[in-house]
Write a protein that binds this ligand. Structure first.
Ligand code: B12
Ligand code: SF4
Length: 318
């Protein structure tokens, strides 16, 4: 059955996405990412470290039509998770219920609305989960530019938001890509990174990134890695915190599921060093922390303890 897309449908779709709670919405046509060469160079340099899935599924990431056959367009959305909270050992995005399910549910509901509106359309929701270069797609859909810290930045929202996409098998009129770059001569994020993880503007060597070292890297830390982690327990926001666009435009999240959990906002880091599996699952099983697993959190908590003892010892000597 051929589906007829009525005139003005794209505008209604984006309005519907914003009514569903998304802060930004745009439309892109699926195809070869504009930044595929950057992605290829990043993989070739080994910047993905032990994130084997980035390499394994590289072919799919090189063309957004490949992950799901027959897909044509994407509704790309952003959901603010609030950059206004104070810094802490757990990155801001992980201080409440896991965002994947929240966003999948919203995107699936939008797909059902599309079916209701225009007929038998196939769709697939992606949130961080699929072999898709989401920031490339978001820039194509007009949502923002690539900051030198690699985050997608929107001129009215900053960068503390999640990205998601609803792939659809109908041709939709795309938005204009976001072509301008508003970083200018600023280098605050590059200068602030405590581990010098940016090998150049826009290029992150994940192997040096605290987010990677506390979440994605499995197994024990080398002494050098433990020292780099410092008192970070899960993830890192430093390159976003210092960004003037966040200082100016971050705002509290309006998504009810993103209500702050005090035990994640001001965690007792040391308790993660000894917590058992059952307790970890009971207290944090529905949060992003499960990505690092209980043993990853224990490893990070020990690195934090060592960092704090070293700092105390250094103070004592001075
Ligand atoms: C792997 C991954 C990581 C890795 C590697 C990060 C990285 N920079 O690649 C690690 C574990 C380190 C990580 C950390 C974080 N991540 Co992450 N991560 C991803 C994931 C799964 C893939 C990213 C990817 O494709 N990397 C490949 C490299 C090559 O891409 P890139 O660095 O983004 O660079 C792109 C552009 O900058 C551009 N580019 C590259 N070089 C150049 C050069 C020039 C001159 C130009 C103009 C452009 C350009 O092309 C590249 C390809 O599109 C995405 C989800 C997804 N499926 O896309 C989430 C995602 C990027 N992460 C996200 C988040 C929130 C984070 C953290 C903030 C979490 C935290 N607080 O700890 C940090 C931020 C660290 C950082 N500065 O990136 C969000 C970002 C939202 C946003 N506003 O941009 C995403 C989109 C998840 C989501 N669905 O919301 N992440
Ligand atoms: S801190 Fe400066 S250079 Fe880095 S992303 Fe923000 S505006 Fe761009």
């Amino acid at each position: 059955m051929t589906v007829h897309v009525p005139s003005g449908f794209e505008a209604r779709l984006k309005t519907h996405a914003r009514d569903a709670g998304f802060d930004l919405a745009g439309i892109a046509t699926l195809g070869t990412p504009d930044t595929v060469a950057h992605f290829n160079a990043w993989i070739a340099a080994g910047h993905h470290g032990e994130m084997g899935y980035m390499e394994r599924h590289a072919e799919l990431r090189r063309d957004a039509r490949r992950p799901v056959e027959g897909m044509h367009s994407a509704l790309v959305v952003a959901l603010n998770y609030s950059g206004t909270q104070p810094a802490g050992p757990i990155a801001r995005y992980a201080r409440f219920t896991d965002y994947h399910r929240v966003m999948w549910d919203k995107l699936d509901a939008i797909r059902d609305w599309v079916r209701n509106e225009i007929g038998d359309v196939q769709g697939r929701s992606f949130v961080d989960s699929g072999p898709v270069l989401e920031r490339d797609l978001a820039r194509r859909a007009g949502l923002g530019w690539f900051g030198k810290n690699t985050l997608l930045i929107n001129p009215k929202l900053g960068s503390f938001f999640f990205l998601g996409a609803l792939f659809l098998d109908v041709p939709l009129a795309p938005d204009q890509p976001f072509v301008s770059d508003h970083c200018g001569t600023c280098t605050r994020c590059l200068d602030a990174c405590p581990t010098q993880a940016f090998v150049a503007p826009h290029v992150l060597d994940a192997r040096l990134c605290i987010s990677y070292l506390t979440i994605e890297l499995k197994g024990p830390h080398t002494p050098e890695q433990a020292a780099m982690v410092g008192n970070h327990l899960f993830g890192c926001d430093i390159c976003q915190e210092v960004c003037p666009w966040n200082e100016k435009f971050s705002r509290p999240a309006s998504e009810p599921a993103f209500a702050l959990r005090p035990e994640l906002a001001t965690p007792a880091s040391a308790e993660f060093a000894t917590m058992g599996d059952l307790e970890f699952k009971r207290r944090f099983g529905d949060t992003p922390l499960v990505r690092a697993k209980r043993c990853g959190l224990a490893r990070n908590a020990i690195a934090a303890q060592v960092a704090s003892h070293s700092a105390t010892a250094a103070d004592g000597r001075s």
